[in-house]
Design a protein around this ligand. Sequence first.
Ligand code: PGA
Length: 243
Amino acid sequence: MPEPKRLVAGNWKMNLLRAEGIALARAVAAEARGAHRCDLLVCPPFTLLAAVADALGDSGVALGGQDCHAAPAGAYTGCVSAEMLKDAGCGHAIVGHSERRHACGESDGDVRAKTLAAWRAGLVAIVCVGETRAEREAGRAIDIVSAQLAGSVPGEATAANLVVAYEPVWAIGTGLTPTNEDIVEIHAAIRGCIPAGARILYGGSVNPKNAAEILALAEVGGALVGGASLKAQDFWAIAQACG
Ligand code: PGA
């Protein structure tokens, strides 16, 4: 089986208003029409999905949501279903991002239900896992991530419907990254827990300076990029770092 292309995904989080989001999407789409060696995905806030879908046009850059509710529809004020993401043009949904696990109290069970919802709607689920600093310092990183995967990834996972994003909580938005050895070790452990061929992304302070080194590591199938995805130039530099 040929190696899947690396996936470089931008998580815009709760950033950008309409004009800025459209400008960023247009800039990424323009670059993506040129030569590149990876798959590209942007995950804007819900309010921008339709406008960004339009701006991306036929560039080949995929669209994703940053979260979804487990139910297809109903009395869930403020929530967005996987079916709504699909209807807005998404092919992917991020689920279980650490900012939701920690700030919104999402459990592995919640993330599992959201993963199933994403699949029900025909989306690829990007399931995020990662340890805190205290857990890493206690030598428990692999145990924590393995337990998160066991609790969050349903048995129906395949290489086509699942992407795992390993994002150490302490590396997100901090400028800190694990050592290459630590990334390789934990990606290898994740590989043992998921279907063969499913991509494993590294996330946490990926930037144009460190991207080539991280993306060259064994088992690193791409990057989930937060802050650096908000600047087209930086996001593109990371995409170009895929060898
Ligand atoms: P960061 O965020 O690149 O800003 O560290 C990554 C993420 O949270 O997905």
